[in-house]
Design a binder for this molecule. Structure first.
Ligand code: NIG
Ligand code: MN
Ligand code: MN
Length: 321
């Protein structure tokens, strides 16, 4: 696979213990090009990096997210392991984009995601720009198509932005869900997309118009908080009922910059982690979530690894539900 690298064991270090008390002691590194053997566990989480900020650069954003996957790994490694023996944790490496060919990186990512799903694992992807979503979604789509059943795949995006910009002048980190909507139209399949945490001051009117046209469900940032929890849960549950499978994507830039400064485009007024955890609980309880990613981790702007720690905590939460 072009631009694939297995993970350097140095990314997974931390305190030593006697009985795998830390995630760096639990994780198994796996070279997808060499090893076909996957653990025979009840549940397997597979970490896969997308080290690419080409889409952010094309979208006139500040780059640095290329180093996002390793920054998250480093924080996850030090966290406590409460996973039982019957649950496996794999790190299957990273897809990069050193030549700027983002489309090729997305297509490699899609191949790897469908491969991971076919092996009955739960993929957890680490970005990289939010263009990760186009590759990730296509990988899930490919896997579901191979199963032969017509199913509805819903996208739940925690984000300050719709990322529904038109790609007529090229693909970037702001276009992935528009690209998916075009593909759905071409394939005559439903485009099911909900965005939680949309900032009015960070999405132009044309994007709200596109969202309306595409029947996108959304909650604006000022209503995406615990004061409006029951409304959010109602909307989310309605969305979940209407789909067979869920792809969840968390754009770290939707969190208030007090929680997540280390992103390409920060949100002074954004949502809080407890709100995302509330929603994740419902999503997980539905048993429809098939894959997850965390996007826009930019270590260049991340004092004390605050955002990388938040990203790692979110992953820890999902794995331990
Ligand atoms: N993936 C991010 N997309 C945002 C970036 C906004 C910004 O750079 O300020 C967008 O295109 O709207
Ligand atoms: Mn985004
Ligand atoms: Mn965003």
């Amino acid at each position: 696979m072009k631009h694939y690298t297995p993970t350097n064991p140095e990314r997974w270090t931390g305190r030593a213990s006697d009985q795998a008390q830390y995630l760096h002691e639990k994780v198994a590194l796996c070279n997808l090009e060499k090893e076909a053997n996957f653990p025979d566990a009840d549940q397997t989480f597979a970490i896969l990096g997308y080290a690419c900020d080409e889409g952010v650069g094309r979208n006139q954003g500040r780059t640095g997210a290329v180093k996002g996957p390793d920054a998250i790994r480093q924080q996850l490694a030090k966290m406590s392991n409460h996973l039982g023996e019957e649950i496996a944790l794999l790190d299957v490496g990273t897809i990069g984009c050193p030549d700027g060919n983002m489309e090729e990186a997305q297509s490699s990512l899609a191949k790897m995601v469908s491969q991971l799903l076919a092996k009955n694992t739960f993929p957890i992807l680490l970005g990289g720009g939010h263009d990760i979503a186009y590759g990730h979604y296509n990988g899930i789509k490919k896997f579901l198509a191979a199963k032969g059943k017509k199913t509805t795949l819903g996208i739940i995006n925690f984000d300050a932005h719709f990322d529904l910009r038109s790609n007529e002048n090229g693909n970037n980190s702001g276009t992935p869900f528009y690209q998916i909507s075009r593909d759905c139209k071409r394939d005559n399949t439903k485009f099911k997309y909900i965005c939680l945490g949309i900032r009015k001051d960070a999405n132009i009117k044309a994007l709200f118009d596109t969202a309306k046209e595409l029947n996108v469900s959304y909650i604006e940032q000022q209503h995406f908080n615990l004061h409006h929890l029951s409304n959010t849960k109602n909307k989310l549950e309605r969305f979940i009922r209407g789909v067979d499978y869920i792809y969840t994507t968390i754009d770290l830039d939707g969190f208030a910059s007090a929680y997540a400064p280390g992103v390409s485009a920060a949100s002074p007024m954004g949502f809080s982690p407890d709100m995302v955890l509330e929603c994740l609980e419902n999503i997980i309880d539905s048993k429809k979530m098939i894959s997850l990613d965390i996007a826009e981790m930019n270590p260049k702007y991340d004092p004390d690894h605050q955002t990388a720690k938040l990203a790692a905590s979110l992953i820890h939460f999902v794995m331990h539900q």
